[in-house]
Design a binder for this molecule. Structure first.
Ligand code: FES
Length: 328
């Protein structure tokens, strides 16, 4: 299975800076109709990054209006280049987008909800807040949100969240020394609560550990990540795939998956966010260190480094891989 979506031409119709580093883009399909979406959905956007066509996924924010899509993108100056390419777009520019896809659906059957956002991980949770607050008014479900950022001015969507959640919103600004006590927050949740979270990989791993240490059922923790936060800054590395006679450099601004696809190596992929594991490739040899940025492989697998998720993970040094994909 290779599930890259059909892409459609669209136009940037409005830009709005939500914080000094987060910009909201309103994008209108050229044929004039935006497909509906549910909370947690994202849009695939095709971009030209350093002269190469690449695909990025961005969560949809706000409620569907049938006319346009809205996404919010944090400018990552040391990232892989997708956000820089987005920030170069001006009103009137054309780009290619998919229809909304959702790997992070909201289940409205729980009586209690805790949402935990880290940084730009707020984006898929914005519509969840809107939907859950309306749901809570009807059903009496409880809802609380924790939202952590490094600096106060990074709190995107704060007016909307404050207005919707009131005291049920708690923010944490790390430069002020404010830290979430995840174990205490989870201990205070009723047993039938669900937790939805999106943020950098270290935050998700801490939450997963706290959730499992508390003996909570795995199904109660729903998460989505963004694959830009590794242990090392992105840098170029060498990759060899003997089966395909490939020996290339992966540029700092490209994912391993994109580089392999551009070199003609057929690979499996779906989420392209380090969650589904479809892109995991066998590591035959590694010189240097792997920078696992996925949340699919277990800690044990990451330490052993027998596999690597090509959509988000990288290497410092060089790596020899085998592809699980067989065209026959
Ligand atoms: S495509 Fe889903 S983990 Fe890489």
């Amino acid at each position: 299975m290779k599930s890259n979506q059909t892409l459609y031409p669209a136009t940037v119709v409005a830009l709005r800076d939500l914080t000094p580093t987060v910009r909201e883009f309103e994008i209108q399909p050229v044929e004039g109709v935006a497909a509906p979406w549910e909370a947690g959905a994202h849009l695939q956007v095709q971009l030209l990054v350093d002269g190469q066509v690449q695909t990025r996924c961005y969560s949809l924010v706000g409620l569907p209006d049938g006319a346009s899509y809205r996404i919010a993108v944090k400018r990552m100056d040391d990232g892989r280049g997708g956000s820089r390419a987005m920030w170069q777009l001006a009103v009137g520019d054309r780009l290619q987008v998919s229809e909304p896809q959702n790997h992070f659906p909201l289940d409205l059957s729980a009586p209690h909800y805790l949402l935990v956002a880290g940084g730009i991980g707020i984006t898929p949770l914005v519509m969840m807040v809107q939907q859950l607050q309306a749901h809570a008014l009807k059903t009496g479900a409880t809802l609380r949100m924790l939202y952590g950022v490094r600096t106060q001015d990074e709190l995107a969507f704060l007016p909307l969240l404050r207005e919707t959640l009131g005291d049920a919103l708690q923010t944490f600004v790390s430069e002020r020394g404010e830290v979430m006590n995840l174990a205490a927050e989870i201990a205070a949740l009723p047993g039938d609560a669900q937790l939805y979270t999106c943020g950098p990989v270290p935050m998700l791993e801490a939450l997963r550990k706290a959730w499992s240490d508390a003996g909570r059922p795995a199904a109660g923790l729903r998460f989505e990540t963004f694959g830009s936060s590794g242990r090392f800054a992105a840098q170029a590395f060498r990759v060899q795939v003997p089966r395909h006679h490939v020996d290339i450099m992966v540029p700092a601004g490209s994912t391993l998956l994109d580089a392999l696809e551009n070199a003609g190596v057929e690979t499996l992929s779906d989420c392209r966010r380090g969650e589904c594991g479809l892109c995991a490739m066998d590591v035959l040899a590694l010189e240097g260190e792997a920078d696992h940025r996925d949340v699919f492989l277990s800690e044990h697998e990451k330490q052993q480094c027998s596999r690597i998720c090509a959509c988000v993970s990288r290497v410092v040094g060089s790596v020899t891989l085998d592809s699980a994909y067989r065209s026959d």
